[in-house]
Design a protein around this ligand. Structure first.
Ligand SMILES: Nc1ncnc2c1ncn2[C@@H]1O[C@H](COP(=O)(O)OP(=O)(O)OP(=O)(O)O)[C@@H](O)[C@H]1O
Ligand SMILES: [Mg+2]
Length: 255
């Protein structure tokens, strides 16, 4: 087994992402071009490095999705594929509960890490445009499946969510989904008070040292760190061959 499997993924100073914690689900918001996809590449690489699985939803059918697809990672790009992917994931999650959590000797704080299971992380880049791309029935279905994962996947590790969007209003996603995303990231220079408020709680104008967001940087809030400035780890794709890096990471865990 990978000895670092359950080690938190470092992000910036004391900010890290702990897949085994209550704050495992991520909501990442930034206007176009402020670095969401680049940040996701880092997070995805770290998840794979630790020996966990990844599923990807890339509604815009970009090079980002294509790169992951080319190394054998499942990528959904249209509403039908997204629904099938979410249904399978919910089913897999139920199966993990049935197999590993139904015994009487399981205590309350048991989770996938204690059982030495691997996690499956669902990365959904541009979740709102993905939901908007479906018919009203498809949207309802996708939202309901996402809700089940947000509420129930934490213990099983099957269906940990990383959701991104360029925008978000408090009415865009059910509270039962957003409230479960206890790790929030907001990046970008031109952030409205409303976007700041919906993403992080609080008010931008109350930041003691002023607002210093930009490309690849902004603010994060988690139950352990509270609200704090952060910079996303940067992968310069003009210098890194990302596909090769992913192949190496996946290959190493299969050895
Ligand atoms: N942490 C960073 N440091 C410096 N430059 C960055 C960083 N992250 C991203 N960039 C630059 O910004 C560009 C846009 O980043 P990215 O595609 O990740 O934005 P995005 O938020 O996904 O945009 P969109 O919403 O349009 O998909 C990248 O091509 C890269 O050159
Ligand atoms: Mg993007």
């Amino acid at each position: 087994m990978n000895k670092d499997m359950y080690k938190p993924i470092p992000i910036y100073n004391n900010v890290s992402w702990d897949l085994t914690s209550e704050a495992c689900h991520i909501l990442l918001i930034s206007p176009s071009g402020a670095g969401k996809t680049v940040f996701l590449c880092y997070l995805a690489a770290m998840v794979l490095k630790r020996g966990h699985k990844i599923l990807l939803i890339d509604g815009k059918n970009t090079a980002f999705g294509a790169t992951f697809k080319s190394i054998g990672i499942q990528v959904a790009t249209n509403p039908n594929e997204i629904i099938v992917m979410l249904e399978n994931l919910v089913e897999e999650m139920e199966q993990v509960y049935k197999t590993h959590f139904s015994s009487d000797c399981i205590d309350l704080d048991t989770n996938f890490a204690k059982l030495k299971l691997s996690a499956t992380v669902l990365i959904w880049d541009e979740v709102l445009s993905g939901l908007d791309s479906g018919s009203p029935e498809q949207r309802k279905k996708m939202t309901s499946l996402l809700k089940q994962l947000a509420l129930k996947s934490r213990m099983s590790g099957t269906g940990i969510l990383v959701l991104t969007s360029q925008r978000i209003l408090s009415t865009d996603l059910p509270k039962s989904i957003t409230e479960q995303c206890q790790t929030r990231f907001l990046m970008g220079a031109n952030i409205s008070e409303e976007l700041y408020h919906v993403t992080l709680g609080g008010y931008k104008k109350d930041l003691a040292s002023g607002y210093h967001g930009g490309v690849g940087k902004g603010y994060t809030i988690t139950p352990t760190t509270g609200l704090t400035y952060f910079e996303a780890p940067y992968m310069d794709f003009s210098k890194i061959n990302f596909k090769e890096l992913l192949e190496r990471l996946v290959h190493k865990n299969n050895e």
